[in-house]
Design a protein around this ligand. Structure first.
Ligand SMILES: NC(=O)c1ccc[n+]([C@@H]2O[C@H](COP(=O)([O-])OP(=O)(O)OC[C@H]3O[C@@H](n4cnc5c(N)ncnc54)[C@H](OP(=O)(O)O)[C@@H]3O)[C@@H](O)[C@H]2O)c1
Length: 238
């Protein structure tokens, strides 16, 4: 299928990785990589965003809260007329989200779930009964162009994507990313199967995404943060 995006949010990927590009250990249990200083940076990013997006395996495996941690930043959002927390958004093929998950129960926050017909009707009803906006794609995976359009229509101007690597790669492939922020921790995890920043099927050399490095920040804790702007290259296919 081929289609055009009518409108979409300004989209920022944020990733914490080791010096060897791993975003988790081979055990895939959501290993801590960010330092305290970096978590404060991410919290400020969350506070300035309208929505936070995660992929299905991050949602079901890590069960993130996706909230603004700082009470002062939440208060500032309210003073600016925003909701206390950004909208939590998940792209998940089979939305078997536990009713007592942190994703569903921590808030207050609006929640949007993009899923496929692989999610049972009873689960879709249960999510909707909780006030969650659920969008169902007929295809085997969620159509990311539709996600962007729906977020745009919901008034999302800035979208923060918090992984994982499969979702990151799919968004980059479709030219749906404007900016990348990477925290590189002074650590090595190794492991051929440990998750990386951008996984999925991968790109040929000639299809590699060109980036422009726009900022480098070095922390006293040995970590660095790189900010890149993404040049647009791809034909939009989904
Ligand atoms: N350090 C960090 O910054 C960071 C951040 C987030 C996550 N992580 C780590 O990354 C790992 C999870 O990443 P992951 O790459 O395995 O998974 P992911 O990107 O979180 O989720 C990908 C899954 O989403 C589903 N999906 C549905 N529609 C899709 C579409 N159009 N494009 C792409 N995916 C779609 C697919 O499920 P199906 O395969 O079932 O179809 C796919 O496997 C965990 O170990 C987590 O701890 C690290």
């Amino acid at each position: 299928m081929s289609s055009k995006v009518i409108g979409r949010p300004y989209t920022i990927l944020n990733v914490a990785m080791t010096a060897d590009g791993k975003t988790d250990t081979f055990a895939r249990q959501g290993a801590m990589i960010s330092s305290n200083l970096d978590m404060e940076r991410v919290d400020r990013f969350r506070a300035s965003s309208d929505a936070i997006l995660v992929g299905g395996l991050t949602l079901l495996g890590d069960d993130p809260r996706l909230l603004v941690k700082s009470a002062a930043l939440r208060r500032e959002r309210l003073e600016r007329g925003m909701d206390e927390n950004p909208i939590k958004v998940a792209v998940v093929t089979r939305a078997d989200i536990r009713p007592d998950s942190r994703f569903l129960t921590y808030g207050p926050a609006k929640i949007m779930v993009f899923t496929t017909t692989q999610t049972s009707l009873s689960q879709i009803d249960a999510l909707r009964e909780r006030g969650i906006w659920v969008h169902i794609t007929e295809a085997s995976r969620v159509n990311l162009l539709s996600v962007m359009e729906a977020l745009h229509q919901a008034g999302v101007k800035q979208l923060l994507v918090e992984g994982g690597g499969t979702l990151n790669e799919a968004l980059l492939r479709l030219d749906l990313v404007d900016e990348i922020n990477v925290y590189i921790a002074p650590l090595i995890f190794g492991g051929a199967n440990a998750p990386t920043f951008a996984s999925g099927p991968g790109l040929e050399r000639e299809a590699a995404k060109p980036l422009k490095l726009t900022n480098v920040q070095q922390y006293d804790d040995g970590g660095i943060v790189l900010r890149y702007v993404v040049f647009k290259t791809a034909n939009i296919e989904a």
